[in-house]
Design a protein around this ligand. Structure first.
Ligand SMILES: [Zn+2]
Length: 258
């Protein structure tokens, strides 16, 4: 059965057409231009959100499956069709229980996966993370979570200067889990070593990171300079100055990764 969705259609080239998208099952069969159809809606691909801790008054951080379901439904209602559930730094038992609770939601497509933001982060750059739970990366813990999640763990943010970080990055990438760098006081060289070991995402670049210094460029320049690293930015007009966003987008724009 063909379904037609009218509105301002955003096409892959960025050209916006007034018209409709025709869908047959899981296939887009046509994008037609109807300049006369003007109902004000936008038609565009589903949003992908790889870092959010909840939504609509519901949190992922307690590991409660019902809350996770409601948070995901809230985001789906606003156009996000691919969503990672981000936890925060927590005791291992909570990470383990949350992984077990969310894995069925990943299986059924409610969530695209779990993002562990911590607890292997820098105390000096903890931001809103609870410093009580921060610790060095543990490959034992990660291996157990990866096994328990059976594909549900998709990304882990860690600070590469912590003992054991490089081994953790290698373990993660060998299981096709994205290693992300964030909440870090790493030097430029430490960050480069993490990228060389397989890290491929910068978690909220600039925020929760050692700032740039001209003699110690730190993680920010190392991450911007690495062509395979996807840089996440908090583009809310508060966390980053517009000039910072403009600069970052000019160096690591939407064409990245190659
Ligand atoms: Zn954070």
């Amino acid at each position: 059965m063909t379904l037609r969705v009218n509105g301002k259609v955003v096409t892959p080239t960025g050209v916006i057409r007034q018209g409709c998208v025709e869908v047959d099952g899981s296939r887009i069969t046509a994008v037609a231009e109807y300049p006369s159809v003007r109902d004000g809606h936008w038609v565009l691909p589903g949003f992908v959100d790889m870092h959010t801790h909840g939504g609509g008054g519901h949190t992922f951080t307690t590991g409660d499956a019902e809350q996770a379901r409601r948070a995901a439904a809230f985001h789906l209602g606003h156009g996000t069709t691919t969503l990672l559930a981000s936890l925060v730094s927590a005791p291992f038992a909570l990470m383990r229980d949350a992984t077990a609770a969310f894995a069925p939601l990943v299986d059924s497509g409610v969530l695209a996966g779990i993002h562990l933001e911590g607890p292997y982060l820098s105390s000096a750059r903890c931001g809103a993370q609870n410093p009580e739970f921060l610790r060095d990366p543990s490959t034992d813990e990660l291996a157990e979570l990866i096994e328990r999640g059976a594909g549900a763990i998709r990304m882990v943010t860690l600070a590469p200067e912590r003992d054991g970080a490089l081994a953790a990055i290698k373990l993660l990438t060998s299981h096709r889990v994205v290693a992300a760098i964030g909440h870090t006081d790493a030097t430029y060289d430490e960050t480069r070593a993490a990228v060389a070991a397989g890290a491929s995402v910068a978690t909220h670049l600039f925020n929760g990171m050692r700032p740039v210094h001209h003699r110690e460029p730190g993680p920010v320049l190392a991450l911007l300079d690495a062509p395979n690293v996807v840089c996440e930015l908090v583009a809310d007009g508060v966390h980053l100055h517009d000039g910072t966003l403009t600069f970052a987008a000019s160096v690591a724009g939407p064409e990245r990764p190659p």
